[in-house]
Design a protein around this ligand. Structure first.
Ligand code: SAM
Length: 326
């Protein structure tokens, strides 16, 4: 089956940027513009219909033919075109939305930020408060990130044109950082729509061979281990837009067995804490992961799940997890 055919079954997703707009205002706007809201999320909306996503608040879905490219809502930063699966990591991370008790702003890191889909989502989920430090090592992509942050009116994001791996985990940049979103470059093998490929995957190549997967796998693992060394970190999401277990379950398996995870006490958050209503979970067969661990991972299969192919894992510090209800 060709990618374009699968893309035709994926709704056009529109994330309402709550830094600028509200979901209620967006619903009223689209109804006023002649669209009918439907309440059957499993049905692909007709060209004059839309629905509110059942898993991700602030997300609307339209027919893939709906023309948004020239919409002034985009230029005004009221909406962001973002695939549903790409909304999962920020939502699963649950970045802190309120201020801490006197010890400065709540702090979050986006380690691999450009073009900024997930950074802007973090910013909005935090109510445009606290602070998101957004790393992007590529200078051209960093400019795209800056433009997007401005458009989305993210007052709580500090973008840095820096390599996340080059900053010491004990550096004061990371002081008080509790939540980290890690969405490193991947093969992009889950992306159905070629237009999205370059921006979302963060990689220039498109051919996926075993040698390249191995290289990506070791880079991705390095990024997770680096994040785990940040002492104040209690919750880390790891995501890819890849369908390959080499970049997903294998990386999670190695991360769980790493010295860094043992030293800091990181394990996987249970399914109940990781989008439990999403039915498709990680793979245990041939990955070394236990069924419980695989069940705590989120997977998306392109076309079948009305999203691009995607993967999310959420690591939590055991001591922090058991302290949560004190
Ligand atoms: N999270 C982004 C979004 O949702 O819009 C997509 C990120 S893309 C998959 C990965 C990005 O990480 C690329 O822009 C790449 O240049 C950047 N990157 C890769 N390695 C990095 C590193 N060591 N430090 C900072 N950024 C890095």
């Amino acid at each position: 089956e060709r990618g374009d055919e699968r893309a035709g079954r994926i709704p056009r997703y529109v994330r309402v940027n709550t830094n600028v707009w509200t979901v209620d205002a967006a619903i009223a706007h689209f109804e006023g513009a002649g669209f009918t809201r439907i309440f059957t999320p499993d049905v692909l909306p007709e060209p004059t219909q839309f629905s509110v996503d059942p898993h991700i608040p602030h997300l609307l879905s339209f027919n893939p033919s709906t023309p948004f490219a020239a919409s002034p809502l985009l230029a005004e930063g009221k909406i962001i075109m973002q695939d549903k699966a790409s909304c999962f990591p920020a939502y699963i991370l649950v970045p802190p939305a309120s201020f801490g008790s006197g010890s400065g702003p709540m702090r979050v890191v986006d380690a691999t930020a450009a073009p900024g889909n997930k950074t802007t989502a973090l910013s909005a989920l935090m109510g445009n408060k606290g602070q998101v430090t957004a790393f992007e090592r590529d200078s051209k992509r960093f400019k795209t990130l800056q433009t997007m942050l401005k458009k989305a009116r993210c007052g709580n994001v500090v973008p840095l044109n820096k390599d996340f791996l080059a900053v010491d985990p004990d550096d004061k940049i990371f002081e008080g950082v509790t939540h980290i979103l890690l969405d490193p470059s991947c093969s992009g093998s889950g992306i159905v729509n070629r237009m999205d490929y370059l921006l979302e995957a963060g990689e220039e190549e498109t051919a996926v061979d075993q040698a390249r997967l191995l290289k990506l796998e070791s880079f991705q693992l390095k990024m997770i281990k680096h994040a785990m060394k940040i002492k104040s970190a209690t919750r880390i999401t790891y995501s890819t837009c890849s369908i390959h277990k080499e970049e997903n379950e294998f990386v999670v398996f190695d991360a769980l067995r790493s010295e860094e995870a043992a030293a800091a006490g990181f394990t996987l958050a249970p399914r109940s804490d990781v989008l439990p209503a999403w039915p498709r979970r990680g793979l245990s067969d041939g990955t070394g992961l236990t069924e419980d661990h695989a069940d705590s991972l989120v997977r998306c299969v392109p076309g079948e799940d009305r999203t691009n192919g995607f993967f999310v894992a959420c690591f939590v510090k055991v001591s922090a997890a058991s302290n949560q209800h004190e």
